[in-house]
Design a protein around this ligand. Structure first.
Ligand SMILES: [Fe+2]
Ligand SMILES: [Fe+2]
Length: 357
């Protein structure tokens, strides 16, 4: 085939549209009288680097992460730091974590990590911790208190039951709708730690919590769920400005529960459909979550794109630029007290769930 300039531009254009990758820029903007300074950080999540054999990895997932990092390195102004939201590996293998971290090392700046179940359930986080660090921690940055939780733990008797091989446990936790699976949780040890950690934080200090699973209950069959979410929410309740940002669900979700604003960040690997479009059951999503205006949830690159999170005085607004979809904004409305998508909040403007199964 003769590749003339016109064809080249056309195919390149399509390729760029089709592989636009999710990365979030989070801007924390504070009023003139606030002691906190404005700054930004960027967020990349769910790369699912997957080992095949020899030196081969699933190329699409590699490329997803590589492209997000390229975009992140071009951001202006430079983000103060980067967050990685978990599921760096697909099956927790050393090969996957090493390869993922090698790609991540191209990111120019400080990176904080959240652990995902795909990183954890092969060796219970041992290798991840040896390469990256603690599974939960907090830090302060320019007047904001950041908390990183490991929300993908589960009941000890499930974790430590006699698995024929560690990979059986990993695969059991990786599968959707698996009756042999187990719900995610933060657990008592971490909740006690969080209670102590928050004791020293002023009630008016903005708090941003990073977790892998949603710290709310959305859909248990896919572990879009944290069993003890309410306990964490209760600890966050006394604070004026709380935002929870999570990965894992590979789709746009947002919600408001009391004082807490929730936002999911999309994946660099693939988008999940909304649970109801897969299960054909009534929606288990919180009613404030607006359905992604997605033409085809099983086209791996559809409805991925950039999302910009703008956290103003602790309240989040998201600006999505979705390839092949209309751009949209989800912004906190202080009059009604929750985030609103001005266009798609109206169910008449949504594309209904797709029946692919
Ligand atoms: Fe994931
Ligand atoms: Fe996950």
């Amino acid at each position: 085939m003769e590749l003339n300039r016109r064809t080249f531009l056309k195919t390149t254009g399509v390729a760029l549209m089709g592989t636009a990758l999710p990365m979030s820029l989070v801007r924390l903007a504070f009023g003139a009288h606030s002691p906190a300074q404005d700054f930004t950080f960027a967020y990349i999540s769910d790369a699912h680097i997957q080992y095949i054999k020899g030196d081969k990895f699933v190329r699409n997932w590699d490329m997803g992460l590589i492209r997000a990092i390229r975009e992140a390195n071009l951001l202006m102004p430079r983000p103060d730091f980067f967050m990685f939201g978990g599921d760096l590996a697909q099956l927790g293998m050393k090969e996957e974590l090493d390869h993922g971290l090698e790609i991540m090392s191209r990111l120019r700046g400080k990176v904080y990590y959240v652990i995902g179940e795909h990183d954890y359930y092969l060796d219970l986080g041992e290798y991840w911790q040896s390469k990256i660090g603690p599974l939960w921690y907090s830090f302060d940055h320019k007047g904001v208190h950041f908390v990183v939780l490991n929300s993908i733990l589960t009941y000890d008797n499930w974790t430590h039951k006699k698995w024929a091989a560690p990979m059986d446990r990993m695969l059991a936790m990786a599968r959707l709708d698996n009756p042999e699976g187990s719900p995610f949780m933060v657990g008592e040890e971490q909740i006690a730690w969080l209670r102590k950690d928050l004791e020293k934080v002023n009630r008016s200090t903005p708090i941003v919590v990073f977790s892998h699973s949603p710290l709310q209950k959305i859909y248990k069959g896919w572990n879009f769920w944290t069993e003890d979410a309410e306990k964490v929410q209760a600890l966050l309740k006394p604070f004026e400005k709380v935002t929870v940002i999570y990965g894992h669900v590979h789709q746009i979700q947002y919600n408001q529960i009391g004082n807490i604003t929730f936002h999911a960040v999309m994946a660099t690997a693939w988008p999940w459909p909304y649970p109801e479009s897969y299960r054909q059951v009534a929606s288990c999503l919180p009613k404030l979550t607006v359905h992604m205006n997605r033409a085809d949830p099983f086209f791996e690159r559809d409805a991925t794109g950039w999302q910009f999170i703008d956290v103003h005085e602790g309240k989040a607004g998201m600006h999505y630029q979705l390839p092949d979809n209309e751009n949209r904004s989800v912004v906190f409305n202080s009059k009604i007290g929750y985030p609103q998508d001005l266009k798609y909040q109206d169910s008449g403007n949504r594309i209904p769930p797709q029946t692919h199964y």
